[in-house]
Write a protein that binds this ligand. Sequence first.
Ligand SMILES: NC(=O)c1ccc[n+]([C@@H]2O[C@H](COP(=O)([O-])OP(=O)(O)OC[C@H]3O[C@@H](n4cnc5c(N)ncnc54)[C@H](OP(=O)(O)O)[C@@H]3O)[C@@H](O)[C@H]2O)c1
Length: 438
Amino acid sequence: MSSIPVRLGILGCGNVGAALVKIILEDQSLIESQTGEVLEIAAISVRDLSIERPAWVPRELLTLDPFSVVTDPSIDIVVEVMGGYDPAKALIEEALRAKKSVVTANKTLLSDFGEELSELARSQGRDIFFEAAVAGGIPLIRSLKVSLAAERVRRVTGIVNGTTNYILTRMSEDGTSYQDALKSAQELGYAEADPTADVGGIDASAKAAILASIAFGRKVQYGDVYREGITSVTLDDFAFAKRHGFTLKLLAICEWIEGKDGEEGSVSVRVHPTMVALTHPLSAVREAFNAIFVEGDSVGELMFYGRGAGGLPTASAVLGDIIDAAHNLRYGSTERHVARPAAQILPFDELDYQFYIAIDVSDRPGVLAQVATVFGANGVSIMSMEQVGLGQEARLIFITHQAKERAVQMTLAEVRELGAVRRLVGFIRVLGNGSAQG
Ligand SMILES: NC(=O)c1ccc[n+]([C@@H]2O[C@H](COP(=O)([O-])OP(=O)(O)OC[C@H]3O[C@@H](n4cnc5c(N)ncnc54)[C@H](OP(=O)(O)O)[C@@H]3O)[C@@H](O)[C@H]2O)c1
């Protein structure tokens, strides 16, 4: 045990930064007794000094100059909780070059530059930790990096965006429309005024890239992730799901596909709305909670569940990183570094899925046969079919057997050309009992 304080420079004092300051100041003796570390906040950088801060934030530590924080020789660890690329990236680089360890919660930055920043940390003999960047308070990154370090992880399937999970829960449980559920999410502070990053799957894709990089030991970036958001999910999709033992979730799916004949394996990373069987543990994750289902060769199935956002849960993860970084600085060590070569990304259209497809057609004899013929001609086999009368029109709803994405897209393109077909009203991939690939 040592009582030499570890000095922290905190960049940002918003939701996460202010919560972190609160925990450090209020739980000082608990932190020292449980970890042996004494944490001292040396400076807190913000953008605007005139903003009112919570009462516990020491005014005298606030500064408008983040670069003075990262270059201050008395500071040991820089905690970046400001978000965005600029100036966060330059500040983290400057901090590492100045031989400080870095803790960040910045998924946006890490999903593009994670490997680059880890390399820089390695070259400087320092750490960059980012437990809070994926799934907020859930201790997931460290579990993947440390506890599962030597595990062949096959698949990581996660609900990693609380806002969309809240919206989908309202639609599923109360029959609330997408627009009203979004409004409710905004009123509760779950969604931003501009909700695109959440509902468009952008936030989940950034997290998926980070998860895949760590789970598979390969560099995966945001641009490698196939992405669809939840804006086209309808209450009719939920009604069908309910009748057939499914619910709908926005899933981030990271998968390792073994190479053939000794060739390097490939990685698939995608984010899209998914029909999840009610027997799958992820179907039970409600409201704004996050959960990540991990499948590995030896460990089998694991599930991590908790709060993926919020000031205090996220600050709790940041604090865990600070303690690790402080420990390593004290003992002159760093976390285990292994370079991650670029992943070979499996093209999305080569994946196999089951599909839910709903098509509105003119209600006249022979139309179903025409549609079914197109499915058959493309090798897409139908597992179940339902027909619902809509006056002059009928809705044909199919669940397919496993089929290639490419074959299904070709099927849909041809089906749209049929004279009797009015519109495609539902198209969602189906996750069965724990597997996206059969
Ligand atoms: N909130 C969550 O639940 C959550 C969960 C997981 C990860 N994260 C990540 O944690 C980070 C922080 O999130 P947050 O919700 O705390 O954000 P926030 O509430 O918007 O706070 C950002 C803070 O950074 C400061 N800041 C922003 N740009 C700056 C600049 N150019 N120079 C100096 N200071 C600047 C702001 O200063 P002012 O206060 O003066 O405006 C503010 O204090 C982000 O990377 C986010 O993705 C957040």
